[in-house]
Design a binder for this molecule. Structure first.
Ligand code: SME
Length: 151
């Protein structure tokens, strides 16, 4: 039963991506992710522009001051550099972490890749400690793969 939420969200996102020809795809996907999982407290998509990440669409209670992050800096920049998903169970224990919201306890960053280079990433903050498990990782990697053609 617990996996049903992921399946439903995946179907909704598939629908957005296959049917929607508008420019709101990234925002629509962010909205589905934010609305589908209570533990996803802030959801954003960053886009790689040269050697920086620029915040594209986002949804959460507050805006972040980190709208531009150098590749290699923070958890986001690390994932952009390595091309690997980063899961931080306790942000207070990760020296790379760039703080955005006082309430954040854990974070996941999933790179969006095209031909092996990182073109963007999904960044999710949670107010719940250790919020992101293997199911979240696999699910978000699938979504990142679907977004590849729309960035
Ligand atoms: N925490 C991120 C910065 C982005 S905010 O979470 C929205 C980082 O360490 O790179």
């Amino acid at each position: 039963m617990i996996f049903l939420k992921y399946r439903i969200a995946e179907q909704k996102i598939k629908g957005i991506i296959t049917k929607n020809k508008s420019t709101t795809i990234l925002q629509d996907v962010v909205d589905v992710l934010y609305e589908s999982f209570e533990k996803y407290s802030w959801v954003g998509i960053y886009l790689v522009k040269g050697d920086v990440l620029i915040l594209g669409s986002w949804r959460g209670k507050q805006a972040t001051e980190h709208t531009k992050i150098s590749i290699g800096k923070g958890v986001c920049g690390s994932a952009a550099r390595s091309g690997k998903t980063e899961v931080v169970d306790d942000v207070s224990k990760d020296s790379r972490y760039l703080s955005c919201f006082r309430s954040t306890r854990s974070e996941i960053v999933v790179p969006i890749k095209k031909k092996n280079s990182v073109i963007g990433e999904i960044d999710i903050d949670s107010d719940v400690p250790s919020a992101f498990n293997k199911t979240d990782e696999k699910f978000l990697e699938k979504i990142a793969d679907m977004l590849r053609q729309h960035i």
